[in-house]
Ligand binder design. Sequence first.
Ligand SMILES: Cc1ncc(COP(=O)(O)O)c(C=O)c1O
Length: 491
Amino acid sequence: MLPFDKLLPTDKTSAQPVYQQIANAMIRHIQSGLFTPGMALPGTRELAGLLNLHRKTAIAAYDELAAQGWITAIPRKGFNVTHILPEVKPRRWAQKPQDLSFREKMAAPFYILHKTGFPAPALLPIPPRLIIDDGHPDDRLAPIDLLGREYRGRLKSAAVRRQVSASLVAGSPRLREALVSWLAGTRGLQAQVSNILVTHGAQMSIYIAANLLLKAGDAVIVAEPGYFVANEVFHHLGANILRVPIDEHGIDVDRVEKLCRQHPTRMLYVIPHHHHPTTVTLSPERRMRLLELAEKFNFAIVEDDYDYDFHYSSSPYLPLASGNHGNRVVYIGSFSKSLSRSIRVGFMVGPEDFTAQAVYLRRLIELKGDNNMEDTLAALILNGDISRHLKKVNKIYETRRNHLCQLLDTRLSGIVSYRKPSGGMAIWTSFAPHIPLPDLTAKALRQGLYLSDTRLYNTHQTNYNATRIGFASLSEPEMEEAIDILAHCAQ
Ligand SMILES: Cc1ncc(COP(=O)(O)O)c(C=O)c1O
């Protein structure tokens, strides 16, 4: 008899269940030819004795192997390795060509979408030890256990199996219902379920809204500098991007009016809280003016309120969508900011006919989202977990913001200038002209620190030599180390 105790070692400390370890080891031996087709295996009682395990574990291992088709149970005899192994070998349908590898260049014609100076995402040869992001939450603080428990429950639930996929394109009904009360309570939005589309992050909402509002040549007004990925969407659609300066009160509304007089405008994209990248908040007066201008010139406002949940120095202003919006505002938010980057669930709120078209378009991109995650978020909204989480992290992020300001003042004094943001997750930091950011970031990377260089923000004529330093995702010691590296590299 083969030495099964040696051939099937088990590790009770491993995260993998012991029955699976045994099944996997047996599969390996069958594949290697050591366990031959038709070979008789020890009975479950004998195997348990040989491996010093409970018999139930041996039964579970054999059940698993039988379910996968590696062994067959012969009544009153025992278990044998199957004669026809459950391995599907693909069939070749042509002679093997000489070289199968994919090359650098596509041989057939295709459309190049990426014609601007927008830099391709950097592929780093070695993952950096420390990352300064451009303003993301700290995933380590996310309510992972609560999310995990709820998500697991959803996966096991019989109700999930009875859902019809086509009815979930707009998002899980539970989440859309939960959002109705959540958005009313937190943002004063008067929306019904039929006004809400759940998307794969806020970015998908921006893409869909822009596709419904813009065709080639249509005018869209944005702030400069602005959120480069949104601008890329408008560019991709061939829109005429009209850039308006932004100051400490937000987008310059007089310039918006002037442009509207010169160009029939279809859309204005605005980030009302902590504008990306400069982090300013749009003042109440300008919110009012924008709504008046939208009515006067009949354009749509896409309100990207990605950062609404994070406020430290003052409370947030209610969105434009909660004011006299005249059914011209599309409101966008995201749980990727409120909870964790890994939660790719955002939402769009708009008039019913617009939302119906958005649902149609969403289905062309993705048949439906992760409805289990959406239900999970609904449960966390309804039982108050998300509100509690936001209260907790707001305190932590405020401390981190203050700590970063102190570090910039002391360790990078004379090198950087910035305005302390009232909320959000990043500080827009300008570097002195004698320290070009591309050089600094390249040096920092060699020291294990990643920081996005200014090129993302320089998409239009100006070199800002500024970048966003995300503070929310870094602990205080990590932040100190990161700023020390920058200070060292700036010398
Ligand atoms: C201003 C702004 N809008 C939208 C998004 C996209 O958010 P999401 O990650 O939910 O797609 C981002 C991402 O950083 C952002 O900064």
